[in-house]
Design a protein around this ligand. Structure first.
Ligand code: ZN
Length: 322
């Protein structure tokens, strides 16, 4: 479909899944030379078959593919978690841009560029996703094996390409890509805070949590169970049941979730240490979280905050609560 068709379609589409961020990818291979101008679906099917047979996935990994002529083809249902970016899949929307946007690779067409900017802006508006580098993310910023965000410092893909809108670093995105999205949104920029209808955020605390049509009612046919660790927005509460979609009647049992608080890591720029115990001791550092990254907290103890569903802690003084 064209960008204009996409806008009409997405604005009508009811989505129950909580969408908090947009991932940007390039396909790298296939690149522009595999595109004939008419083989969108053959190429999409090729990626789907590859994802299923070579990767062992249930379906194509991405929600959308954009093509050099500016058209968009849908992939996996938005109700389903994508398989694109370890560390950012749970609440993510995955877009693959057809082509190789590394330096020396394909030169992005004007139509393609217009669609990438336009569809990102449309998705931000539709799902109330703020325009910043916490919510619009590049694959390059995540460690490939751990899924930890490290902004490209170690064990990263170049995706969406070292030449994607002037580069694949966080600063390139801030300086070159995001201003184009803001310009396209022309003043209708979603704000980074609670939409007033949201009562709170919760995390799923069971392997699979069924979604029902009403509090305690039948299973919702249009929504798969949600997985352990998924973050849900709660719009209504009734007798211990939570309504988790603004537009659809999707309810889950509150007993199988835990309340979480959103916070952003704020340090002088260096990464924040994550520790196995709520205190400073030699040898209890188990990782780091980059400045500016969002975390969900489920417990507090003596100025230490526990990362949801993990036995790992960060110091409260480096968190700004949202
Ligand atoms: Zn990627």
């Amino acid at each position: 479909m064209t960008l204009a068709e996409f806008e009409i379609w997405i604005n009508k589409l009811m989505v129950g899944r909580t969408l908090l961020l947009i991932q940007q990818h390039h396909t790298w291979n296939p690149s522009y030379k595999s595109f004939s101008g008419t083989n969108h679906f053959t190429q999409q099917l090729g990626m789907k078959n590859y994802h299923i047979s070579a990767n062992g996935w249930a379906d194509i990994g991405q929600h959308f593919t954009t093509f050099p002529d500016g058209t968009i083809v849908t992939g996996r249902s938005l109700e389903k978690t994508p398989a694109c970016l370890k560390g950012a899949n749970t609440n993510g929307i995955c877009i693959e841009h057809f082509g190789n946007f590394d330096k020396g690779g394909d030169e992005m067409t004007e139509a393609h560029r217009n669609t990438i900017i336009g569809m990102t802006a449309i998705l931000c508006k539709r799902f109330n996703i703020p325009v910043n580098t916490q919510k619009i993310v590049y694959h390059h910023w995540y460690n490939l094996s751990s899924g930890e965000r490290n902004n490209g410092s170690r064990n990263n893909k170049s995706c969406p390409g070292s030449n994607f809108f002037g580069g694949n670093k966080v600063a390139d995105c801030e300086n070159n890509f995001l201003p184009l999205i803001r310009e396209r949104l022309a003043g209708n920029i979603p704000q980074d805070d609670f939409t007033p209808q949201v009562l709170k955020y919760v995390a799923v605390n069971t392997a699979k949590l069924n979604v029902r049509k009403s509090p305690g009612g039948d299973l919702a046919k249009d929504r798969e169970p949600v997985s352990l660790g998924a973050i849900l927005r709660v719009y209504k509460e009734k007798d211990g049941w939570y309504k988790i979609s603004e537009s659809k009647n999707h309810w889950v049992s509150g007993r199988l979730t835990i309340d979480v608080v959103r916070a952003v890591v704020e340090t002088s720029g260096s990464p924040l240490n994550v520790r196995n115990e709520p205190w400073v001791a030699p040898g209890n550092i188990s990782g780091t979280i980059a400045h500016g990254q969002e975390v969900f907290i489920d417990r507090e103890e003596n100025d230490w905050c526990k990362i949801v569903l993990e036995n790992r802690w960060v110091s409260k003084k480096f968190l700004r609560f949202l």
